[in-house]
Write a protein that binds this ligand. Structure first.
Ligand code: NAI
Length: 668
């Protein structure tokens, strides 16, 4: 008998407790699979001693979290992996055919390969704990269920399985019961093991007859077509391997025996493992986990400064957004300073957004009680005397910011943390206007603040570790994903974007079509192409950033359009595209005065625009603006919508071999 799965005879019922040691959750590590086989062999040999078997986790709030993504994300020998999947599925078939009833006793997460394990049992009982979540989320991490999930779940619950699998939905116990994914729900306060033993006895004695009508799957082909269309709508036409192969596994596998279906599923799983997108998606999952808890980025043993009271300077676009997040996320008081005329409109805006959240049940307290936490001021009142963190979001003008800092430093405590939301001014330059610059840093939020998760924390030469820790702590309270970097033009995200946009404009000059460029980058997976994005953000903004903030010679295509007074479709109705969303013919002589024509295919355009990003990422690491490629990838995914299935620009360069080609090494 192994040590992860331990079987005990409890009055004629085999109770198998499993617990992967030194891990927060149970996963199918190699050792766990091998150990499971041992316990299965024993159960097969001794089953005459038992009326049934109960599988229960030894962990307090986790039944089983499924596959071990560290294994899937690494380099995998596909032949060996195929053999391993087949072996794994054979174990589940043997469990299913054990000859005595088996029951999964579920409390906490029961996900992926963990739920597939439960699906191979005769029945499932779960607690109604808030932590009980059941489902097959594999498609969300770029793979498909590979332990029989695509075969057993539809055979159990019918077409509902298709949506559950494609969306990777995880449902609470009550919903799982309603869908027939589990058979019984008990209260969290009940004794799960005792109830599971009663349940297995009831099944063994025939007292309980389980609901197991084979669902009608006769319209499977039509449903699969619809499912495929549904997926393509969500992916904007991109055939991502995970959902496509999950549909294939179900469409083909459900027409044959379970054993044959499992083989089809394994083939599809191997197909996925060959796809770069699965590696990208798994990396994104790790990046998400890494940035989920900003407080964990603070060194062990360090207690960051507690923030009891916030202040925000400037109640414009960004100030309002930051106030919204302070209120709804922290419930702490915030002083907001702006000119008198800006205060009421600012408050009205904050209220409107909070009311929208309240309507969707996203707030735990009333909008009125949150609004009471705001102290709007237009003078440097005593309200600043006990502020712990000030976030400045006034005009992007160094003279204005200097003046504000001078006045601010006279009223806040000497150790109050000060952060600027500047998008383009050097933090080291701004620090000169601050008394005690060690408490000053950049805190760059993205717009709209309450929707965008990224926050760049910019360390100036004088910034202390305590200041960075306080800002990481604030990022945690505000539920942001922070990336920390040293001062640098464009910090991380804009630095990655500039060369991408500059190359876009030189491509236009060379004669590549506007729509061709935008559509190529949408096929790459970006939510919007670069020309359309410039139009939406403002052509004037882009031009001023390139010329003023970066001090660069602007590409002719951008300069001509700006100088012709075309500031963007949303700004003055004149941009690259017209109101109907078509390319405005008036713009063509401006972007390409020589009438050049250049034919580039989708891949060539993608490479032309992606390569400068990767080269910039390399520079950021080289110049030690960041010390980890993950910071760049987090910035790109959550700051600009870089496709999650590509795992971030640095990871994607590694996966596709571009980093080896350009620099003779990988970034990760
Ligand atoms: P905005 O023009 O919407 O708001 C600025 C506000 O600051 C105005 O309400 C103005 O009355 C107020 N203000 C000006 N001088 C002030 C002073 N001395 N004291 C108090 N309030 C004062 O500008 P926005 O877009 O909110 O930008 C603010 C800062 O955030 C800028 O540094 C900008 O670069 C940065 N930023 C902007 C982003 C955006 O998407 N708009 C994104 C990220 C950063």
């Amino acid at each position: 008998m192994g040590s992860i799965f331990v079987c005990e005879n409890q009055d004629g019922i085999a109770v198998v407790k499993f617990d992967v040691p030194s891990e927060a959750v149970n996963t199918w590590t190699e050792a766990a699979v091998d150990d499971f086989e041992k316990v299965l062999v024993d159960l097969e040999a001794q089953k005459s001693q038992y009326r049934g078997v109960v599988f229960i986790s030894g962990k307090a709030n986790n039944f089983h979290a499924g596959a071990n993504l560290n294994v899937l994300g690494g380099s995998v020998d596909l032949d060996a992996f195929h053999a391993r999947c087949t072996f794994f599925n054979e174990l589940f078939l043997r469990l299913e055919n054990l000859g005595i009833p088996s029951v999964a006793a579920i409390n906490g997460q029961c996900l992926g390969g963990g739920y597939e394990f439960a699906l191979a049992m005769t029945a499932r009982i779960a607690t109604d704990s808030r932590r009980t979540l059941i489902g097959l989320p594999e498609c969300n991490v770029g793979v498909i269920p590979g332990g029989g999930g695509t075969q057993r779940l539809p055979r159990l619950i019918g077409y509902a399985a298709i949506e559950l699998i494609l969306k990777g939905q995880m449902v609470p116990a009550a919903k799982a019961l309603e869908l027939n994914m589990i058979d019984r729900v008990i209260s969290e306060s009940d004794d799960l093991l005792a109830q599971a033993k009663i349940f297995v006895d009831e099944i063994a004695s025939g007292k309980v007859i389980l609901k197991r009508e084979s669902p009608d799957l006769s319209a499977l082909d039509d449903v699969a077509v619809m499912a495929r269309q549904g997926v393509l709508k969500v992916t904007r036409g991109r055939e991502l391997p995970a959902p496509m192969l999950a549909i294939k596994a179900m469409q083909e596998g459900l027409k044959v025996s379970l054993e044959q279906g499992l083989k089809i599923e394994t083939d599809c799983f191997i197909e996925i493992m060959k796809s770069p997108e699965s590696k990208g998606m798994i990396n994104t999952f790790f990046l998400k986990t890494l940035s989920d808890k900003p407080q964990a980025m603070i060194p062990m043993g360090v207690t960051p400064r507690e923030i009891k009271k916030y202040a925000v300077l400037g109640f414009g676009t960004m100030g309002r957004g930051i106030v919204i997040d302070i209120l709804r996320r922290t419930g702490k008081p915030v002083v907001v300073k702006d000119i008198p005329e800006a205060l009421e409109p600012g408050k009205a805006f904050v209220r409107k957004v909070l009311e929208g959240m309240a309507e969707k049940n996203r707030l735990r307290v009333s909008v009125d009680s949150l609004m009471e936490l705001i102290t709007p001021v237009s003078e440097w009142t005593d309200d600043f005397k006990d502020v712990d963190l000030v976030i400045e979001a006034v005009f992007e003008d160094p003279a204005v910011k200097d003046q504000v800092y001078g006045e601010l430093c006279a009223v806040v405590p000497d150790d109050c943390i000060l952060a600027s939301n500047t998008s383009s001014l050097p933090v080291n330059r701004l620090a000169k206007g601050v008394k005690n610059p060690q408490r000053f840093a950049g805190a760059h939020f993205f717009s709209p603040v309450w929707k965008m998760e990224l926050m760049e924390i910019i360390r100036g030469v004088d910034t202390s570790d305590e200041t960075i820790h306080a800002l990481l702590n604030a990022a945690g309270e505000l539920k942001k994903r922070p990336v920390v970097c040293n001062d640098n033009p464009g910090f991380i995200v804009n630095a990655m974007l500039f060369p991408y946009f500059l190359r876009t404009f030189t491509l236009l000059e060379e004669g590549v079509g506007i729509e061709k460029i935008d559509s190529a980058m949408m096929k790459f997976g970006l939510p919007v192409g670069p020309v359309r994005l410039t139009d939406e953000v403002g052509i004037d903004v882009s031009y001023l950033v390139v010329t003023k903030s970066l001090g660069l010679e602007p590409p002719k295509a951008l300069e001509n359009v700006y100088k012709a007074g075309r500031y963007g479709r949303n700004k003055n109705g004149k941009g690259f595209y017209d109101k109907e969303g078509k390319v405005d013919p008036e713009v063509l002589p401006l972007i390409n005065p020589q009438g050049n024509t250049k034919d580039m295919n989708v891949e060539e355009i993608q490479a032309a625009l992606f390569t400068p990003m990767v080269m910039t990422g390399h520079d950021l690491l080289d110049k030690k603006v960041v010390d980890d490629p993950r910071a760049i990838d987090i910035g790109a995914i959550w700051g600009v919508g870089f496709p999650p299935d590509k795992g971030g620009p640095m990871k994607w360069a590694d996966i596709t071999g571009l980093s080896e080609k350009l620099f003779g090494r990988t970034f990760y």
